[in-house]
Design a protein around this ligand. Structure first.
Ligand SMILES: O=P(O)(O)OC[C@H]1O[C@H](O[C@H]2O[C@H](CO)[C@@H](O)[C@H](O)[C@H]2O)[C@H](O)[C@@H](O)[C@@H]1O
Length: 821
């Protein structure tokens, strides 16, 4: 396991001075510290480098050394930044330029040359601290928008290093991003990494769109991997961050959180003692009387312009019939959080549904931030004013609609607020993920508690059982809020259980390890060679040229054509069909396509080509060497598929129902559950459950389970590609044999190939194959060269550039597919 070096703007620990003058560190509770902190603490050789938050001018050199020492004990290396550096790099370029731009607030973005220069200079300062620490084999993980130039700076110094970069905020559309005068430099900076991570596939797609637009010369394959001119590859992918679910669940039960909840319940008239508070307090009694006699009584409390009918309804509804409710929200006071819009929606709900007056209390925790920035000051003034207006307009003597808290609270009281909330109103105008929504649900584990969630944040992709709203649409938020307050506890619990199940699986720790696993995979040595090594290539061509009879056993998906999101989109291109025709039509070549695809699809796509076909992992074949029939043949001894599919299909259908964007593919003698388009962690959780359910039934039915590329498949026990090719491999008819494949089912072919045969694995992963290439392009280029070899003397040689062009066309088609997902 390689050593991890984490680099972020801020360190995960804050310094605190003790009375005796020594220093101690306290763990921060931010998303990043929570997500990577446990990994850092449990891997005793990992390092974390970041800004200390300390003004070095306030300390003597001796004190700074003691501070460094205090950090060193936690394997943290502090960077001290001067006021001037902070102004340009942090307050300036990071928070006044990139932050608004990345959150679609272009009108707030300030483009200042001097901030950009300071940003570059401070990124370089980080590089100078990190570089001497790097040892061979280390993994370096750079965090967020503050350090977008750092990956390239490190790459220049360490060409072979494994570098990851993750963006914790949204990535904007190409149209917005390209308005940044330094957009190309920023992209190039990030592309120094081997793995570039975002919270959602939409953000990855926006990043790719910016690449196409601003750096069109860079080749990007359809899996979102960029081939960089220096030879390293940069993969782009989505890794939605989670929370420490158990921490929030536990903290919700802490005595402080419970006390907070009781306090809020009491203030809001929710505790049993006060359940019908509005009807027993002075104005409640008066209201009851008013309801019975004179509705105008309410106008003592309300503005004159409220119609009498409304007042009557308010009075009537306060007569103990409705239980009181609490709405909560927890935010930094930031313009991206949509606080004014949210307050307007709350106000509108009190207007439109006056039965809530006196019965719903909104706890709004809004912690001030970036207070020196003018736009934040304006926002604070606006929120203060709106809260004041709503409270002034609707308050009763013993009821205030909004409890507005502008302090920073620690995790326990925050969990207290979460647990007290019948409804959480989380409506950012733009947000990378939004952990508040997830934390609220964790605090309601096994309980009711309803989430109204903005569709403009990453969390909306996962928490689909929330009331999803457009945060700009005040009416929509108002209605959702009303509905969320009206929901039955059972329905609320039912929705929560589904969302909580996902959150328990997709934790912060899980996010961290899945990013690091992918980073290790994409930066593994060997992944930088796109084509077969030249000496191997030449050896194959030489043997091919000298051979009399040649056998090629070639898998299809992932080998001859790249894997794509939808199986039906992997149809062979014209150039590929021409290639297969060219190679397969030579009388001295037997070309067998050996695939897991259904025989009907194989017929449609390749039935007219001069190649033998093995389909459904060997259950079906057609046109094999030595066969005099042109009909499809079903392998002997297979169990009756109608019988077993009746058992297996419903089990797989269940998984398809549970996991969005997954589906079941039925073949004559196989059934497959596909999850490539689904959320990886949700699918993986279901995959394990499906395997467990299938294991209980397959053996008795003469079936087995296969796992392939993002697919779980059930097939008859006897079928395998290796079994199907055995007669040809053992025939002694060939003096050239080559098998090519990309996944585990192809390993069964490699296993039966003789030592002198060529075996080529496409892509990463364990293999029995002798050689490896990166992707299908390398395979088609090799086949084109072999085809040109057999065609020497033929009139129509296959040119390898044919495939380069063709793949470019396919790449574009798939880029579109990803964009409009
Ligand atoms: O043996 P192969 O030719 O490699 O076929 C294996 C499976 O290919 C198809 O699924 C795979 O490719 C799809 C298209 O790229 C991709 O969307 C899916 O995730 C892959 O698993 C096919 O649908 C299966 O029936 C084959 O077994």
């Amino acid at each position: 396991m390689s050593r991890l070096i984490i680099v972020s703007n801020r360190l995960p620990m804050s310094l605190q001075a003790r009375d005796d003058g020594s220093y101690t560190l306290r763990q921060n509770v931010g998303g990043l510290a929570t997500a990577i902190g446990p990994y850092h603490r449990s891997h005793k050789d990992s390092l974390w480098i970041g800004w200390s938050g300390i003004d070095p001018q306030k300390y003597s050199e001796k004190e700074l050394d003691r501070i460094r020492q205090a950090y060193r004990e936690s394997r943290c290396i502090p960077i001290f930044l001067s006021k001037e550096e902070l102004n340009g790099y942090y307050a300036g370029f990071s928070n006044n330029t990139l932050w608004p731009l990345f959150h679609d607030f272009s009108h707030e973005a300030v483009f200042r040359q001097e901030d950009w220069e300071m940003y570059r200079k401070v990124n370089m300062r980080f590089a100078q601290v990190v570089e001497p620490l790097i040892r061979k084999g280390d993994t370096i993980w750079v965090q967020d928008y503050h350090l977008m130039l750092l990956p390239k700076m490190l790459r220049e110094r360490y060409p072979d290093a494994s570098i990851g970069w993750f963006l914790h905020v949204p990535f904007p559309s190409a149209e917005i991003f390209r308005s940044l005068p330094w957009s190309r430099e920023i992209l190039e900076g990030v592309l120094g990494a081997n793995l570039i991570g975002f919270h959602t596939v939409d953000f990855s797609a926006s990043f790719l769109a910016s690449l196409h637009r601003l750096l069109p010369e860079l080749p990007v394959n359809r899996d979102g991997v960029v081939e960089m001119p220096d030879g390293h590859r940069a993969a782009i992918d989505a890794f939605p961050i989670g929370i420490d679910y158990n921490l929030y669940r536990r903290t919700a039960h802490s005595s402080l959180a419970r006390a907070m909840r009781r306090g809020i319940d009491e203030v809001c008239g929710k505790s049993p003692r006060h359940r019908y508070r509005t009807s027993v307090t002075a104005e409640g009694v008066a209201a009851n009387e008013a309801a019975a006699s004179d509705a105008n009584w309410w106008s003592h409390y309300m503005k004159e312009d409220i119609p009498e009918s409304t007042l009557a309804k308010q009075a009537a509804s306060s007569v103990g019939s409705r239980s009181n409710k609490v709405i909560v929200s927890v935010d930094r006071l930031d313009y991206t959080k949509g606080l004014p819009e949210r307050l307007q929606a709350f106000g509108r709900m009190l207007d439109k549904y006056p039965e809530w007056v006196g019965h719903v209390t909104y706890y709004l925790l809004a912690t001030p931030s970036r207070e020196v920035v003018e736009s934040y000051q304006r926002l604070k003034a606006q929120v203060d004013q709106l809260v004041g207006e709503i409270n002034g307009r609707y308050s009763l003597l013993a009821w205030t609609p909004i409890h507005y808290i502008t302090r920073s609270l620690s995790i326990k009281p925050v969990c207290g607020i979460y647990t007290a909330g019948d409804v959480a109103l989380v409506t950012p105008l733009r947000d990378g993920m939004n952990l508040v929504a997830k934390e609220y649900l964790a605090c309601h584990d096994g309980r009711d508690g309803t989430l109204v969630l903005s569709d403009m944040c990453g969390a909306a992709d996962e928490l689909t059982d929330a009331f999803i709203v457009n945060p700009y649409d005040i009416d929509m938020v108002c209605e959702a809020l009303h509905n969320a307050l009206e929901i039955t506890p059972d329905e609320s619990k039912r929705r929560n259980i589904r969302m909580q199940a996902r959150l328990k699986v997709r934790t912060a720790a899980n996010w961290c390890t899945s990013f690091l696993d992918s980073l290790r995979q994409v930066s593994a040595p060997g992944m930088t060679d796109r084509r077969l090594r030249m000496d191997h290539h030449n050896a194959i061509v030489r043997q091919w040229d000298g051979a009399h009879r040649r056998l090629i056993l070639c898998d299809y998906d992932g080998t001859l054509t790249p894997l794509v999101r939808r199986p039906e989109r992997a149809k062979p291109t014209q150039a590929l069909r021409r290639l297969l025709t060219q190679v397969g039509s030579n009388p001295d070549v037997d070309f067998l396509l050996v695939s897991g695809r259904s025989h009907q699809i194989m017929q449609d796509w390749f039935g007219d080509l001069p190649v033998g076909l093995i389909a459904e992992h060997g259950a079906w074949n057609r046109n094999l060497p030595g066969s005099d029939s042109n009909e499809w043949q079903r392998a002997k001894g297979l169990p009756d598929s109608d019988t077993w599919q009746k058992v297996i299909q419903p089990i797989m259908d269940e998984s398809a129902t549970r996991v969005p964007n997954s589906f079941v593919e039925s073949k004559s003698d196989a059934v497959a559950w596909h999850y490539r388009m689904s959320d990886a962690q949700v699918a993986d959780h279901e995959r394990q459950d499906l395997l467990r359910r299938l294991r209980g039934v397959v053996v008795g039915l003469g079936l087995m389970i296969m796992e392939n590329s993002k697919v779980v498949e059930v097939t008859p026990v006897a079928t395998s590609k290796g079994q199907a090719i055995l007669p040809f491999v053992n025939s002694g008819d060939y003096d050239f044999m080559m098998a090519l494949g990309d996944d585990d089912t192809d390993e069964t072919m490699f296993a039966v190939m003789p030592d002198k045969g060529w075996t080529i694995k496409v892509g990463p992963g364990q293999t029995k194959a002798r050689l490896r290439v990166n992707d299908p392009t390398a395979v088609t280029l090799l086949l084109a060269d072999l085809g040109a070899g057999v065609a020497r003397g033929s009139n129509e040689p296959v040119a390898s550039h044919d495939f380069r062009d063709d793949h470019t066309v396919v790449d574009e088609a798939h880029a579109q597919l990803t964009d409009d997902k």
